[in-house]
Design a protein around this ligand. Structure first.
Ligand SMILES: [Zn+2]
Length: 357
């Protein structure tokens, strides 16, 4: 397998650090466009979806690669007289993970303000409160202000301010290990960027399209605009998917770190096309790419939206430990295997293969 380059590492760290909760993906869209400058022509719509086609002059089936730009975050709902802020989650955040966590909130002037999630200190809790799980409605974000006026005027925050986990990514080179926030789906975004860069200039039996979609975490809202504009025949959905290797019994582990990307047969949003799934698994294994298979009782992807248009779709999920929390781990080797798989599919999938689906 190819080794990860310094440029790819830097790109993954920058993508992880980029501010991009659902609905405010501007910085991530800009980063993607910069990383693909000179590789393909990209357009950005007013939702901040980014899309394009790698080799528009070629013929064959249209394969849309997709990854979502957004990450789970928070939005300020109200400011209390004491300066703290009620908030709602953007995407699936677990109440139990939130107390004492730190967020970066985007102020009116574009600067970033740190705010910690405060829950009532144990000293002030009743016995029943101490024994019950906290609810997000009872938590507040605290930027250190003492009044509504100070929060609004000095910190520049208000109703509708967006926030993301305040976490800085790093790479442990000797282990090929990434730490950071938002690998769901920024590691998928990175895999798509690298796949497009690798395939640039190759003669392919298909037309490779790029979709970088907003607002997946709030219900797969952005990808449909890319689908309508690109009109693909097939879709490969890159994801940062939940690793399960630290809490499942061995026989249930389907997305472990260092065992390659996970191809999902089933989740809440989609039954994967068995023909496309088998093609991808057979091709990947024939090329010596490590792969995992899963059947998931929860979860959903952009494929859930698009396959209902009659478009066969597979999910290539790079395992990430603790997605939708502040602190996530994923590995260079799983990322590289996902790139290898997607590139091999694009090099081999022609009209005849599609006809057999
Ligand atoms: Zn995702």
């Amino acid at each position: 397998m190819t080794q990860i380059t310094k440029r790819e590492v830097d790109r993954i760290l920058a993508l992880s650090d980029a501010f991009g909760p659902s609905g405010m993906e501007d910085a991530v869209s800009a980063l993607v466009r910069a990383e693909l400058d000179g590789v393909l022509e990209l357009t950005e719509d007013r939702m901040r979806n980014v899309r394009g086609e790698l080799n528009p002059d070629s013929s064959g089936p249209k394969i849309m690669l997709d990854a979502h730009l957004d990450e789970v975050g928070v939005i300020v709902q109200a400011i209390r007289p004491n300066g703290t802020m009620n908030f709602l989650p953007l995407g699936g955040m677990t109440a139990g993970n939130l107390p004492s966590s730190l967020f970066d909130l985007k102020a009116a002037d574009g600067s970033v303000v740190k705010a910690a999630v405060a829950a009532k200190p144990p000293h002030f809790m009743s016995a029943s409160e101490r024994n019950s799980a906290p609810a997000i409605e009872d938590m507040v974000l605290d930027c250190g202000s003492v009044s509504d006026k100070e929060t609004r005027e000095d910190f520049g925050l208000g109703v509708g301010s967006f926030g993301v986990p305040a976490v800085k990514a790093f790479y442990k080179e000797e282990k090929g290990l990434f730490f950071g926030k938002a690998f769901d789906c920024r590691i998928g975004v990175a895999a798509q960027i690298e796949t497009l860069r690798r395939l640039k200039g190759e003669k392919l039996p298909c037309r490779v399209q790029a979709s970088f979609a907003v607002q997946e975490e709030v219900g797969e809202r952005g990808v449909y605009a890319n689908y309508k504009a690109l009109q693909p025949d097939l879709m490969i959905c890159f994801e940062g998917c939940p690793a399960d290797d630290t809490f499942q019994p061995d026989y249930m582990i389907q997305a472990a770190l260092r065992k390659g990307p996970m191809l999902r047969h089933f989740d809440r949003s989609m039954i994967t096309s068995p023909r496309f799934q088998k093609y991808a698994l057979d091709l990947g294994r024939a090329k010596g790419i490590p792969l995992q298979e899963s059947v998931r009782s929860g979860g959903g992807t952009d494929g859930g939206m698009i396959h209902t248009e009659g478009i066969p779709c597979i999910v290539v999920g790079i395992p990430v430990r603790y997605i939708h929390s502040h602190h996530c781990w994923c590995t260079a080797e799983d990322y590289l295997a996902a790139v290898d798989l997607a590139a091999e599919i694009c090099r081999n999938l022609d009209a005849e293969v599609l006809a057999a689906f």
